[in-house]
Design a protein around this ligand. Structure first.
Ligand SMILES: *[C@@H]1O[C@H](CO)[C@@H](O)[C@H](O)[C@H]1NC(C)=O
Ligand SMILES: *[C@@H]1O[C@H](CO)[C@@H](O)[C@H](O)[C@H]1NC(C)=O
Ligand SMILES: *[C@@H]1O[C@H](CO)[C@@H](O)[C@H](O)[C@H]1NC(C)=O
Ligand SMILES: *[C@@H]1O[C@H](CO)[C@@H](O)[C@H](O)[C@H]1NC(C)=O
Ligand SMILES: *[C@@H]1O[C@H](CO)[C@@H](O)[C@H](O)[C@H]1NC(C)=O
Length: 411
């Protein structure tokens, strides 16, 4: 006669093999025979995020599985998702890519708020009559999945590791990892736009100085990266999750890239590229549409540089715009009154590193070639191919996932 223990072991192994069978069924139901690099783009829907998305949709080696939004960065919660949907509609990519709405509150607020005037000009960038003056398709809907949920399911059932490009605060990614640690091995590389990595020796003092500002902060501490500062605890959670690889395009290096429209226009002429009016206005209206007191020729490149770095590294390009990649060890400091270190990474192993545990390994781009950068960006956004928009609504990753889960997950 079978004893109780043997019986329990048998039942649990039946349950386990049933779970594994369901898992395999869902994985194959999704029909993943695409040899492009699967990517999730997590975004705060700022204007430069739109540039990065437009660029990536047109890269033939990238397969955008989902765009997930956060509402705690450079757009207000209501607009983060709707602007991405509107944008996809305007570039003729309606329904092709899932857009999932996610977290709108940081894990820990720095206390610093983005100027409402800046948020307003970003929120209305596409539609304001004084800006791009576009009419948008209000019937475009977000994914049936919430962003964190979609990140978890996508990673869980992907047949291969998925890269994540983070263009805003890391709130969604941290939340996904917290809810389900088992996704960590399925994350390929996390590519980060921003971050600040400084040598320990660059700090005049490591003694907390409350005079520099006390938590919660009214303004961002000098040099720190916006995306990090807005939710430093999320960055710390993701950094320390044990993820395979972290790559950053630090803010300071982004600022070395072209900064005026004269350069942009010269490059377009040199390459003999004629962008369609919408795309041209999209990438040249930052100063015109913003409330920033910037000159008309002001132009900056932020998030699309992280997107381009991802493409360069995914393809092991030797002639990419990032000409130097450095391996660093990083640690984000959370000490509430060590103002100058709040939200900043450390890029080296200082003398006393032997006493410090918990460094995470980053690859960071430290030198760039602006010419190569602009050429790649403009050539790509000029090309007509919307590679990541080929799927119909029913073949979209999230809609298929919904069907496959219904079929296999719950029986
Ligand atoms: C989208 O498609 C319409 C109609 O085919 C076309 O007029 C428009 O130029 C396209 N927009 C972009 C940004 O490609
Ligand atoms: C905005 O677009 C509308 C409709 O296409 C047009 O009537 C209006 O003149 C435009 N406004 C500006 C300021 O260009
Ligand atoms: C634009 O940038 C280029 C290259 O840095 C510089 O030579 C030029 O003076 C700038 N133009 C203006 C109008 O600032
Ligand atoms: C904007 O720039 C003008 C001219 O440089 C300057 O006089 C003005 O004070 C600036 N305004 C703000 C709000 O910074
Ligand atoms: C790039 O190099 C990595 C590591 O050596 C390798 O796994 C990957 O297949 C390469 N990718 C391409 C597109 O050659």
């Amino acid at each position: 006669m079978m004893n109780l223990l043997t019986c329990l072991v048998l039942i649990s192994s039946i349950v386990e093999s049933q779970a594994l069978a369901n898992y395999r069924n869902i994985e194959s139901c999704l029909g993943q025979n695409d040899n492009r690099n699967p990517v999730i783009i997590d975004t705060d829907a700022d204007v430069d995020d739109l540039w990065a998305i437009l660029y990536l949709i047109k890269v033939p080696t990238v397969n955008i599985l989902a765009i997930t939004t956060v509402g705690d960065g450079y757009s207000s919660p209501f607009f983060s998702t709707s602007n991405i949907l509107s944008f996809l509609g305007l570039i003729n990519c309606s329904y092709g890519i899932p857009v999932a709405s996610g977290q709108s509150v940081p894990m820990m607020s720095s206390g610093w708020n983005i100027d409402p005037k800046i948020l307003n000009s970003i929120d209305t960038y596409l539609t304001s009559p004084t800006c791009l003056n576009q009419s948008v398709d209000i019937f475009l809907q977000p994914s049936p999945f919430e962003a964190v949920e979609l990140i978890i399911f996508t990673l869980k059932y992907s047949s291969k590791p998925v890269d994540i490009l983070v263009l805003g605060p890391m709130t969604n990614i941290a939340e996904a990892i917290i809810r389900d640690r088992s996704i960590v091995p399925k994350i390929g590389t996390i590519y980060v736009s921003g971050g600040q990595f400084k040598s320990m020796s660059a700090y005049s003092s490591l003694i907390p100085n409350p005079k520099l500002g006390t938590y919660p902060y009214l303004r961002k501490t000098s040099d720190s990266s916006d995306n990090v500062f807005l939710d430093v605890l999320s960055v710390q959670r993701v950094d320390d999750s044990g993820v395979r690889q972290l790559v950053a395009m630090p803010s300071i290096v982004q600022n070395q890239l072209p900064t005026n429209l004269t350069q942009l226009n010269m490059k377009l002429r040199e390459l003999n590229l004629d962008l369609d009016p919408f795309t041209y206005k999209l990438i040249t209206s930052l100063a015109k549409c913003g409330n920033q007191n910037e000159s008309e020729i002001f132009w900056r490149v932020w998030d699309n540089s992280a997107a381009q770095l991802m493409v360069q590294m995914q393809n092991n390009l030797t002639n990419g715009f990032c000409t130097k990649i450095q391996n660093v060890k990083s640690l984000y400091i959370l000490s509430a009154n060590a103002d100058q270190l709040y939200g900043q990474g450390i890029s080296d192993s200082p003398r006393n590193a032997m006493k410090i545990n918990g460094f995470s390994d980053y690859k960071i781009c430290t030198e760039t070639n602006s010419d190569v950068f602009l050429t790649e960006f403009l050539t790509r956004i000029h090309s007509g191919q919307l590679h990541s928009c080929k799927n119909s609504y029913n073949d979209r990753f999230d809609i298929k996932l919904q069907q496959c889960l219904k079929k296999y997950a719950f029986n």
